[in-house]
Ligand binder design. Structure first.
Ligand code: UDP
Ligand code: MG
Length: 136
C-alpha cells in the first residue's frame, strides 16, 4: 500500500557552517526524497525553545536551544514513500559515534549535540514541525 509522507528536516548549524548543505541535500535526493520546500534561516533562541519544547525537562535543553539558534540552518520539507522512518534511517543514531556506516550523522556529525541534522520522529510531529516553519 502506498504511504506518501512529508517530513521536516533541518541541516543544523555545524553542517551549514562547514558548507555541507548542498552535499547533504544530494544525500537526500539520492535516496529518493523530493525537497518540496527549503529555506535558510536563523532562529532566535526563544524560537528554538519553542521548536524543542518536547525536550524542555531534559538536562541538555538549554544548550540544545542555544546551539540550534547559534547560526544559520536549512529547513526542508522532504517527501517520499515512508519519508518519516526512511529519513530517520538515513540520518542514523543521535550520537554520531553510534550511527551506522552510510548514514548522514556517521559521515558528517561531530558529536551528540553537533550531529548535523534533525528529522521528525512521527507523523504527528512531522505535521507540527512542518507547520512551525512553513505555515502560510
Ligand atoms: N542531544 C544532546 N544530548 C543528548 C541527547 C540529545 O545534545 O544527550 C541533542 C541532539 O542534538 C539531538 C537533539 O538533542 O539531535 C534532540 O534529541 P533527540 O533525542 O530527539 O534526538 P534525535 O531525534 O535528534 O535523534
Ligand atoms: Mg528527536
Amino acid at each position: 500500500m502506498s504511504n506518501l509522507e512529508q517530513t521536516l528536516s533541518i541541516i543544523k548549524p555545524d553542517a551549514v557552517e562547514r558548507n555541507l548543505s548542498e552535499e547533504i541535500k544530494v544525500e537526500f535526493k539520492n535516496k529518493g526524497f523530493k525537497i518540496l520546500k527549503d529555506k535558510k534561516i536563523k532562529l532566535e533562541k526563544h524560537e528554538a525553545e519553542k521548536f524543542y519544547q518536547v525536550h524542555q525537562t531534559k538536562p541538555f535543553y538549554d544548550d540544545l536551544c542555544s546551539y540550534l539558534s547559534s547560526g544559520p540552518i536549512v529547513v526542508m520539507i522532504l517527501e517520499k514513500e515512508n519519508a518519516i522512518l526512511d529519513n530517520r534511517k538515513l540520518m542514523g543514531a543521535t550520537d554520531p559515534t553510534k550511527a551506522d556506516d552510510g548514514t548522514i550523522r556517521k559521515k558528517y556529525g561531530i558529536s551528540i549535540d553537533k550531529n548535523s541534522v534533525h528529522g521528525s520522529d512521527s507523523p504527528d510531529n512531522a505535521k507540527i514541525e512542518i507547520d512551525f516553519f512553513f505555515k502560510d
